[in-house]
Design a protein around this ligand. Structure first.
Ligand code: NAP
Length: 290
C-alpha cells in the first residue's frame, strides 16, 4: 500500500470496471498521491454491467471524491453524471469522474494521455497526416485528438471497414479536417504518413508476433509510432517501425498521463513537466519489475 496513513481526513478515490483486479491504476494513483503529499486513498471497485448508475449514486452518498472508469463501463457511466466535458461527449466515452455539489462530472483523460505522448517529445500534430490503426473504443480518443490538434488529414485503417467509416463520419461531424478510410493492404499508398497510432489489440499479451501492419515498408516515412499496447513492452509493430527508423512509444506513456490528468482534475492542480517525468520513470520501473 502506497498510502502511509489513512485517517479521518483521507479522501477516497477509485476505479470502476470489470475486471479490475489487474488494473495498474491503484499503484499509479496511490504513488502519485504519496509523492505529491496528498492524503488520498485509491481502491478498485468491481461493478457489474447494469449496476453502474447504482454504484455512482452510492459513491456520491459516501462522498467518494473521484473515479476512473475502465472497460466495459466508459459509455454506460455517462447516464449517471450531472455534466460531461464536451470533448468526452465527442469521444463518446468517459474515464474520469469528479465529485461536485450537483453530482459527478465526467471527463475523458485518455485523449490527454495520448496527446502527452507527442508533447513530451515536442512533436506537433498540427498540419500532419495521422494514420490510425483500429476503430474500437480506444481509437475514438485518437481520432478526436487528430481533430482537436488540427491534423491536416486523418486516415483510419481497420479490419472492419464499416466501423472505420462510422468513426470517420463522427470526426467529420465535429472537426473540419480531411478524413479517409483505407485497409491494411493499401496502407503503403498513404502519402506522408508522419504520425502513426496503433490502437488495435493485435500484438498484445502472448500475441508477440502479431502485427496489423504486415507491409513494414510503410514505416519508412513514419516519424513517430505510438502503439497503445504496453504488454509486451515492445510490440512486434514497434520493432518493425524502429527497424525502419521511426521513433516508437508504447502505451505506458498514455496510461501514465491519463492517470496524471485524472489526478490533476481531482486535485485542481497542474503537475510540472519535470515532476511528471520523474513520476513516470518511478512508475515505469515499478511496472517493469512486475
Ligand atoms: P476494442 O474496442 O475491442 O477494439 C479492438 C480493435 O482491434 C478494433 O479496431 C478491431 O478491429 C481491432 N482488431 C482486433 N483483432 C484484430 C485482428 N486480428 N486484425 C486486425 N484488427 C483487429 O478494444 P479497445 O478498447 O479499443 O482496446 C484496444 C487496445 O488498446 C487494447 O490492447 C487495450 O489494452 C489498449 N488500450 C490501451 C490504453 C492505454 O492507456 N495505453 C487505453 C485503452 C486501451 P475490428 O473493428 O475489425 O473488430
Amino acid at each position: 500500500m502506497c498510502v502511509d496513513l489513512v485517517n479521518g481526513k483521507t479522501n477516497v478515490y477509485g476505479i470502476i470496471g470489470n475486471p479490475v483486479e489487474k488494473s495498474f491504476s491503484p499503484v499509479l494513483q496511490n504513488t502519485i498521491a504519496k509523492e505529491l503529499g496528498k492524503s488520498a486513498a485509491y481502491v478498485p471497485f468491481k461493478v457489474e454491467r447494469g449496476q453502474v448508475k447504482t454504484a455512482v449514486e452510492g459513491a456520491r452518498a459516501l462522498g467518494i471524491k473521484g473515479f476512473n472508469v475502465t472497460v466495459p463501463h466508459k459509455i454506460e457511466v455517462m447516464d449517471a453524471l450531472c455534466a460531461i466535458d464536451p470533448v468526452a461527449k465527442r469521444i463518446g466515452a468517459v474515464n474520469t469522474l469528479k465529485l461536485t455539489e450537483k453530482g459527478y462530472e465526467g471527463y475523458n483523460t485518455d485523449i490527454i494521455g495520448l496527446k502527452k505522448c507527442f508533447e513530451e517529445r515536442n512533436i506537433s500534430i498540427e498540419g500532419k497526416t495521422v494514420v490510425l490503426a483500429g476503430a474500437g473504443g480506444a481509437a475514438n480518443s485518437a481520432a478526436m485528438l487528430a481533430g482537436e490538434e488540427k491534423a491536416a488529414k486523418l486516415v483510419i485503417v481497420n479490419r472492419t471497414a464499416e466501423k472505420a467509416e462510422a468513426l470517420a463520419e463522427r470526426v467529420r461531424k465535429y472537426y473540419p479536417i480531411e478524413v479517409e478510410v483505407t485497409d491494411y493492404d493499401s496502407i503503403t499508398d498513404i502519402a506522408d504518413p508522419e504520425i502513426f497510432v496503433q490502437t488495435t489489440s493485435v500484438g498484445m499479451g502472448n500475441d508477440v508476433d502479431g502485427t496489423p501492419v504486415k507491409k513494414t515498408e510503410f514505416f519508412d516515412n513514419v516519424k513517430i509510432v505510438v502503439d497503445i499496447i504496453y504488454t509486451p513492452w515492445e510490440t512486434r509493430l514497434m520493432k518493425d517501425a524502429a527497424a525502419r527508423g521511426a521513433v516508437t512509444v508504447n502505451g505506458f506513456d498514455m496510461l501514465f498521463y491519463q492517470g496524471l490528468a485524472s489526478f490533476e482534475i481531482w486535485h485542481d492542480m497542474k503537475v510540472d513537466r519535470e515532476t511528471a517525468k520523474e513520476l513516470k520513470e518511478k512508475l515505469t520501473a515499478f511496472y517493469r519489475r512486475g
